[in-house]
Ligand binder design. Structure first.
Ligand code: NAP
Length: 252
């Protein structure tokens, strides 16, 4: 019941003639919404603000209390410009952000999306916000490590709703401790659930949610129905309507 298949050995499944079902398409808009929720939570310090109020620190108005960063006019760098990356770009335009992106193939942005392709290095240097939307593959594992983090602006905010393994998490903790990038907002971590002793949980400049980017009522229902359709088809020997390794049927 997911789009990502990095937790399944697809090659081994195909070799054994096992079709693997997934639920592409239905998560895109929900995950893009949540990416923006995380982006804004970090930029406008929503979690800090809530903690501030609950812990009794809200005594009076102050000129420097919980200052955040504006989205409007800022540059959003999208790493991985597929379905979710593009849905995030469309939202960014409503916030008057400049959008830059990186992907391997030289595919122009879809009509109506004003976004500029750049290399990863250039994107990291220019972006005020960096949002990750690549699948986790051998190529993307630790794609954001200490070298890449050091390229980001000191004020930048890194958002990850893709997969935890895309970031070298130890390098991220060290970078956040030094304050560059300024903040991270993560829906995914290298190990899930995150270890309660993980250093990230001791840092004030991180917002972490428990892999809930697609967790809306309507989307979960749609995914459950797709998973059931896959299961019923599989059990009856029919091709899965949404199959992550369709080549399995050529082997039969
Ligand atoms: P998608 O449509 O396949 O888009 C992935 C994009 O990544 C493509 O544009 C691809 O373009 C690019 N890409 C792949 N390898 C790259 C590389 N090495 N460097 C730069 N770009 C690269 O997938 P999607 O539906 O947007 O989903 C993206 C990922 O989000 C999923 O794989 C999943 O792991 C994650 N996800 C997480 C949640 C959650 O609950 N947190 C929910 C849904 C999805 P090129 O092929 O041109 O490079």
């Amino acid at each position: 019941m997911a789009v990502g298949t990095d937790n399944i050995d697809l090659v081994a499944a195909t070799e054994r003639g096992i079709p693997v079902g997934n639920t592409p398409g239905v998560l895109t808009e929900t995950t893009a919404d949540f990416t923006f929720a995380l982006l804004m939570a970090a930029a406008r310090r929503i979690v800090d603000g809530d903690n501030f109020v609950r812990s009794g620190h809200w005594k009076t108005w102050g000129p420097n209390v919980l200052l955040g960063r504006d989205l409007f006019g800022a540059t959003l760098g999208i790493v991985g410009f597929g379905a979710i990356g593009q849905a995030v770009a469309r939202r960014a335009q409503g916030f008057s952000m400049r959008v830059i992106y990186t992907r391997r193939s030289p595919v122009p942005p879809p009509q109506g999306v004003d976004a500029v392709p750049l290399s990863l290095d250039k994107l990291l240097q220019e972006a005020d916000f960096v949002s990750l939307h690549v699948p986790l593959t051998d190529e993307t594992r630790h794609m954001i490590g200490s070298r890449e983090l050091a390229m980001m602006k000191e004020t930048a905010i890194l958002v990850n709703t893709a997969r935890g393994g895309v970031i070298d998490q130890d390098a991220l903790a060290a970078a956040l401790r030094r304050g560059r990038p300024a903040m991270a907002a993560l829906d995914v971590t290298a190990i899930e659930p995150i270890n309660s002793q993980d250093e990230l949980l001791t840092l004030p400049n991180v917002v972490i949610t428990p892999h809930i980017a697609s967790a809306s009522v309507a989307t979960r229902l749609r995914r459950a129905n797709m998973a059931v359709d896959n299961l019923l088809a599989g059990l009856s020997g029919a091709p899965l309507p949404n199959c992550a390794n369709p080549e399995v049927y050529q082997k039969r």
